[in-house]
Ligand binder design. Structure first.
Ligand code: FAD
Length: 302
């Protein structure tokens, strides 16, 4: 059993109500309105932009997919007058598990609405059963919608080839290590290897002319990305820094904003607590620091 699996098992044993107690830091609220209010505050107080995400994955019925799409259109209406907000969308939530064609149709139509509203849309990258589909969809839709972005996970061995497959698209890529646990025949298992691969990916994306969202909280790699940007003289309109809401990185965010950089936080919200708890459990399995914080809370309650 891998270290990650053990941690996943252990975090699964922490009661849901304690995870929920902790959620407010990492989840923008239990309604769209609260998530938008969090995004407004981030922008008005700190100059930080947001990408808003409705938590929830693997919708398996047409009705649930329609429900999710309805929420996405309402979100788009809500951010129409908020140029500091973009949206993130998940194929697993918008039809992939019902019928991949339905998912393609839903995201195609929704991207058209985002393009018309002038708001950015990023297709999140989920587990590896969706990688081929997500990238094929991205390659198909990107030429139609300049506002469209997606995500590449540097832990996957396939990612350098995926970067090559985007040549000429002027893609908008969120470059991250990836949150999903992937077996050793398909992915790096050590964080350092994932992050070295992240640096190579960022460099290649710049060299190929894409827009890069540097998505990490690791100070060493934020600094290295900044050094690379300075060395290559990459203009400010070709990249931004992204972090997750709730991860304590206030100082670096302030420093980046003061240096004139664009910083965007991922602001998730949940309409069902089960979705928020699942999101947090995944973060806890991936990050010992968040598990420690929740466990500290457990101890102080007992
Ligand atoms: P880590 O080594 O995991 O983190 C570096 C340090 O940051 C840790 O030591 C810790 O101090 C701190 N830290 C990190 N996370 C937390 C936390 N939750 N709580 C407290 N401290 C923490 N992954 C996907 O697979 N698909 C996606 O679509 C996707 N979208 C993302 C969008 C954004 C904006 C960001 C920032 C990340 C996204 N991720 C996504 C997750 C990403 O792949 C990583 O799992 C996550 O960012 C942690 O990796 P890291 O590079 O920060 O390194």
């Amino acid at each position: 059993m891998s270290f990650y699996s053990v941690r996943k098992l252990m975090t699964g044993m922490i009661p849901g109500r304690l995870v929920r107690l902790f959620a407010s830091r990492y989840v923008g609220g239990d309604s769209m309105e609260k998530a938008i209010a969090a995004a407004d505050e981030l922008y008005e107080k700190h100059g930080i932009e947001s990408t808003i995400d409705l938590l929830g994955e693997e919708e398996k019925t047409k009705e649930r997919v329609e429900w999710a799409m309805d929420k996405y259109y309402k979100k788009l209406e809500a951010i129409r007058e908020r140029p500091y907000c973009t949206l993130s969308i998940k194929p697993g939530q918008t039809g992939f598990y019902v019928d991949p064609d339905l998912c393609m149709e839903n995201i195609d139509k929704f991207a058209a609405a985002c393009q018309q509203a002038g708001r950015g849309l990023t297709i999140d990258m989920e587990d590896t059963d969706l990688t081929d589909f997500t990238l094929a969809m991205y390659r198909k839709l990107k030429p139609k919608y300049t506002i469209l972005g997606t995500v590449l996970q540097s832990r996957l061995f396939r990612t350098p080839e995926d970067v090559d497959s985007l040549k000429g698209l002027n893609a908008n890529i969120r470059a991250c290590i990836g949150i999903y646990n992937v077996p050793p025949d398909k992915a790096y298992q050590k964080k350092r290897d994932m992050k070295e691969a992240l640096m190579k990916m960022i460099e290649k994306l710049f060299d190929d002319g894409h827009y890069v969202c540097v998505a990490t909280h690791d100070m060493e790699y934020i600094d290295r990305a900044r050094a690379l940007i300075a060395e290559k003289k990459i203009p400010k309109d070709r990249y931004e820094f992204q972090m997750l809401m709730g991860v304590p990185r206030d100082n670096i965010q302030r420093e980046l904003i003061e240096a004139g950089e664009k910083v965007r936080l991922y602001v998730p919200y949940a309409l069902h607590w089960d979705d928020a708890i699942a999101y947090l459990r995944r973060r806890m399995a991936a990050s010992p620091s968040i598990t420690c914080l929740v466990l500290k809370n457990v101890v102080s309650k007992s």
